[in-house]
Design a protein around this ligand. Structure first.
Ligand SMILES: NC(=O)c1ccc[n+]([C@@H]2O[C@H](COP(=O)([O-])OP(=O)(O)OC[C@H]3O[C@@H](n4cnc5c(N)ncnc54)[C@H](O)[C@@H]3O)[C@@H](O)[C@H]2O)c1
Length: 293
């Protein structure tokens, strides 16, 4: 897809950080942009930021874990701005901790927003997008933690690996519809991610993952050296135009990715390929593809 101009874009978590950077970049490129977010204060500030830069961002309140609300918001965007054909599923919470310590409340909250929020967006917007028959793009924000593992990545990494896989599958699914799909895998970006522990809903109060004020301040300080969200926005617009499968914010991570690849290859059985089994596997995968089409 090459045309951003005059399309409608829908960005979840679009009122802060990377989502706002992406929303503004799309608006500067000529799209009509809807920003959806759970926080009214962020929505209000984001609209003002957009106005300051001479672009309109139309705000919608949405909790991405709320399935019923998704179709209402999609209807409202369609009414206000036209049907969205650039779908950016970016909302997420950077709440880290070790798997061994996690409570059910931690699992349900972190998986619910980071993986459930993306699948709700896919389930709501992809059928509408296909029905438009005019091409478009779907992008979800995963993380470097959705490709390589750090010990305290825990539930966050489990969810983000799911997001990466979801986008990779969807890319094949939608290729025939002229709809591009990308997954954004950022490293450190200077956003409000240090505030996410404080956003835990009452329903998930029984959490074992905690963060002191000092830890939040330390994270904020560390991320102040991260990439500027506006630069991420520019990268994303370029990647949508070029339909890139993966979008990275940091080139210095090659050794980390290589280490994971090498560990996987080293774990494969050291034996010659069983040709009959291999051919059968290929045929099965082709049959599954044919069935899905
Ligand atoms: N900042 C980083 O270093 C970094 C690195 C890798 C991945 N990420 C991912 O980037 C994405 C954006 O986060 P950010 O760093 O820009 O943080 P941010 O806090 O600046 O922006 C996230 C926005 O999402 C909103 N949000 C949170 N929960 C929501 C919900 N349930 N429904 C709707 N909106 C919700 C927040 O209110 C906020 O406005 C997340 O998916 C995060 O996991 C961030």
């Amino acid at each position: 897809m090459t045309d951003i101009k005059n399309r409608t874009a829908f960005v979840t978590g679009g009122a802060s950080g990377m989502g706002l950077g992406i929303a503004k970049a799309l608006a500067h490129a000529g799209a009509r942009v809807a920003i959806a977010d759970i926080r009214d204060d962020h929505l209000e500030a984001a609209v003002a930021t957009g106005q300051g830069e001479g672009v309109n961002l139309t705000p919608y309140r949405l909790d991405v874990t709320d399935r019923a609300a998704h179709s209402d918001v999609a209807d409202a965007v369609e009414r206000d701005l036209g049907a969205a054909s650039i779908i950016i599923l970016n909302a997420g919470i950077g709440v880290l901790g070790h798997i061994k310590d996690a409570s059910y409340a931690d699992w349900d909250w972190i998986m619910g927003v980071n993986l459930g929020g993306v699948l709700n967006g896919v389930r709501t917007f992809v059928p509408r997008l296909r029905a438009l028959n005019g091409g478009g793009h779907v992008l979800a924000t995963s993380s470097m933690g959705g490709l390589v593992v750090a010990d305290s990545g825990g539930i966050y990494s489990a969810a983000k690996f799911g997001v990466t896989a979801m986008m990779e599958c969807l890319r094949e699914d939608l290729a025939g519809d002229n709809i591009g799909v990308s997954v954004l895998c950022p490293a450190a970006v200077n956003t409000n991610i240090h505030q996410h522990h404080g956003m835990r809903p009452a329903a998930f109060a029984d959490g074992k993952y905690t963060q002191s004020e000092e830890e939040a301040a330390q994270l904020k300080r560390m991320l102040s050296h991260g990439m500027d969200p506006d630069d991420v926005g520019a990268l994303v617009v370029e990647a949508i135009v070029a339909n890139k499968p993966f979008i990275f914010t940091d080139g210095g991570l090659a050794p980390v990715v290589r280490a994971r690849r090498d560990a996987l290859i080293a774990s494969l059985p050291d034996e010659p390929r069983n040709e009959a089994r291999w051919q059968q596997d290929l045929a099965m995968r082709q049959a599954m593809r044919d069935q899905a089409l």
